[in-house]
Write a protein that binds this ligand. Sequence first.
Ligand SMILES: [Zn+2]
Length: 82
Amino acid sequence: MARDKAGSNRRATCRECGKHRREVGQISRSGYCADCGYARLLEVHAQMHLKRGEYWERFQRGLALRSERHWRKRAAELKGDG
Ligand SMILES: [Zn+2]
């Protein structure tokens, strides 16, 4: 719950292990130190293969939302074309 005072995406601590960048080096834009970022990447990768898990579901929801928006826009365009 420790939010960066700057309010930007430049975090001082890793959101996974909570270590300060003084200890672990740079924190990525998504808020993870190199170790946690890599571990997360592997986890995401594994879930994409298994087609299940938290990241996979999030990914699927993201896709569904995107395509829904896409098709709504497309339908509007088609209607506009007459
Ligand atoms: Zn970390």
